[in-house]
Design a protein around this ligand. Sequence first.
Ligand code: 4G1
Length: 245
Amino acid sequence: MEIDVLTLFPAMFSPLRESVVGRAIKRGLVTVRTWNIRDFATDRHRTVDDAPYGGGGGMVMMPQPVFAACEAAKAASHTPVDAVILLSPQGRLFCQSVAWELSKSSRLILICGHYEGFDERIRTQLATDEISIGDYVLTGGELPAMVVIDAVVRLIPGVLGNEDSPRDDSFASGLLEYPQYTRPREFRGEAVPEVLLSGNHEAIRRWRRKESLRRTLARRPDLLEKAELTPEDLALLRELKEEER
Ligand code: 4G1
């Protein structure tokens, strides 16, 4: 997969050279190119922002440097671009299913915003998609772009050490993870639950499923509504509700 990132702060992307994504880049499974939007400004001061028509204060990212950076990025490879993605608080909410969708791409262009956001023509003429990582105020789209890259790259076949497909983590089953323990058996007065030491694989499987349901019910009831629950899950949920009384 090839990923071109258009940004005013290319140095913010150096952490991608570490860890799993870094290894994927070194192994040639992923190419990440960063493009400094400021390099495509045409005036002496390399201006990339301007005041909004209609007033109201704040600054807006000018279309011309962003379009020029995008055209340069496109010309850097013959691989057809599958999506030009604007990172913006107005985008569709990023989640694991969007990560899976994007992981099937050969080539993505990500555009990071700054100031008060983008001139609308960037949205109407350049972007094919708009994604938000969540509802909070940030100083720029760089961290969201890195979140998207991290979530997408680990789903590319061969990126995770084991050659089989990535374990779907909690969100595939739609539930939160069960509690996990490693050695020692007792740490600072807290023991590992007996069932995990029992060697009874059926009892362990059932305990884990019940704890997943317990945690999801307590912390993320919204996930339970969407999860595909088996008859066993419904029985375990009834047990949990019994325990509450
Ligand atoms: C209004 C959050 C503004 C922010 C309402 C998630 C946030 C990009 C994202 C903002 C950004 C809310 C994102 C806000 C983001 C231009 C420069 C937009 C940074 C900018 C809830 C500032 N996912 N935010 N505005 O944060 O780019 O992708």
